[in-house]
Write a protein that binds this ligand. Structure first.
Ligand code: HGY
Ligand code: MN
Ligand code: MN
Length: 415
């Protein structure tokens, strides 16, 4: 049995929930700063958990703080269909990155409750811990532990800029669950997410059917020179780590440009020591973010960035250490689920196109352990990881309607 095209989510209720969640961990320019494992993250988790209770869901939490809210199916032996994303944000994040996927999934359940629709498979609404990787690298840390890509000890040992440990912060906010991470088995996972790029809006499409996700390397480079006086130290006597970082940043840009189309390269996080106006930086730690949907290009760029970094360091007499702090290969999502998403958008009359995800998502890791797919909606100007991130209620509703129908197709409507 399939659900009729007139079955739609409650767009106003979804938008109200997005607006209410956005009040927690406000930014300074209308967006959010609800970084993972902060008190604001915990407050957002409690709000989400209360909504799940009100929707009759049973909450489970694992040892990485991943939250799983279950709606029973008629066949308790059937593996659940998972949907969800993340509630943590960038320091200057938007209101919808990740949050739309979690609260859109909750809206699907609320709609099924309203219409008294039963499904054969149980349905689980999920909030994955630390998708962003902004405070604790790497990104998608908790879904990565769940999928077996990282050990929990590695994850617990990750530290933020203040030297605080992930494991200690998770305990401090009281969200260490009792479920062994990764013990859950998944029938299928669907993640709704804003595109975070300009394609859907530019093409005038309401739905992005995500067939692939690009791969990523995060390389943390530490350059070591010598602190010295900016005024009295002759130019030829300097061991300037800041200059090295600047030259490598330019090389990263050139390398990405040399692999167009379909490659990006950025230096977004820099720690300069001692970071004093009149001291030549004796040490700089910075992260290179390189990405491509093409495995060959991705690996070529990694090699070129490493060689460039060592060459610049040698020119300037600097020490150079490079550490891999994040990586995943390009992802191909489940073809059957991709078709179900396409058919759902078609049935509902939403314009659609296939897209490759430019950003990383928890779905990229869960795709390793279960059939997985993503659904995207446009965002204004393609802007994300910026407090001015914006979507329309109509785009949010369209994406969530497609999520509703795709989940019903996978979970099976009963009676
Ligand atoms: O970095 C990413 O692609 C994601 O936003 N964490
Ligand atoms: Mn996200
Ligand atoms: Mn993000």
């Amino acid at each position: 049995m399939t659900a009729g095209a007139n079955l739609r989510i409650n767009s106003a209720r979804l938008w109200d929930s997005l607006e209410e969640m956005a009040q927690i961990g406000p930014g300074i320019a209308g967006g959010n700063n609800r970084q993972t494992l902060t008190d604001a993250d915990s407050e957002g988790r409690h709000l989400f958990a209360g909504w799940c209770r009100a929707a009759g869901l049973t909450m489970g939490v694992d040892t990485m703080g991943n939250m799983f809210a279950t709606r029973p199916g008629t066949d308790s032996a059937a593996l659940p269909v998972y949907m969800g994303s993340h509630l943590d944000t960038q320091p200057t994040g938007g209101r919808y990155d990740g949050v739309l996927g979690v609260l859109g999934a909750l809206e699907v359940v609320r709609t099924l409750n309203d219409m008294n629709v039963q499904t054969r498979h149980p349905i689980v609404v999920t909030n994955w811990t630390n998708e962003e990787g902004a405070r604790f690298a790497p990104a998608m840390l908790a879904s990565g532990v769940f999928a077996g890509l990282h050990s929990q000890d590695y994850a617990y040992s990750r530290t933020d800029m203040e030297g605080l440990r992930f494991g200690d912060e998770l305990a401090r906010i009281g969200w260490v669950g009792d479920e062994v991470v990764g013990s859950r088995k998944i029938h299928a996972m669907l993640e709704l997410h804003i595109e975070q790029g300009p394609i859907l809006e530019a093409e005038g499409r309401e739905i992005g059917v995500v067939t692939h996700g690009q791969g990523l390397w995060w390389l943390e480079i530490t350059l070591t020179g010598r602190d010295a006086h900016t005024g009295s130290t002759p130019m030829q006597m300097r061991l300037n780590a800041g200059l090295g970082m600047a030259r490598i940043t330019e090389r990263v840009h050139q390398i990405a440009m040399s692999h167009q189309p379909g490659a990006v390269g950025t230096v977004g996080q820099v720690k300069v020591f001692p970071n004093s106006r009149n001291v030549i930086p004796g040490k700089v730690i910075f992260t290179v973010d390189i990405r491509s949907p093409d495995q060959t290009k991705l690996d070529l760029m990694r090699g070129e960035v490493e060689r460039a970094a060592y060459a610049v360091a040698a020119e300037l007499g600097l020490g150079c250490e490079i550490e891999d702090v994040g990586h995943f290969d390009p992802v191909t999502f489940d073809a059957n689920l991709v078709n179900i998403v396409r058919q759902s958008a078609e049935k509902l009359g939403y314009s659609q196109m296939d897209v490759i995800s430019g950003a990383g998502h928890d779905a990229c890791w869960i795709n390793r352990v279960a059939p997985t797919v993503m659904i995207m909606c446009p965002c204004v100007g393609g802007l994300s990881h910026n407090e001015a991130e914006e979507i329309s209620p109509e785009w949010a509703a369209a994406g969530t309607d497609v999520l509703l129908h795709a989940v019903l197709e996978v979970a099976g409507v009963v009676g």
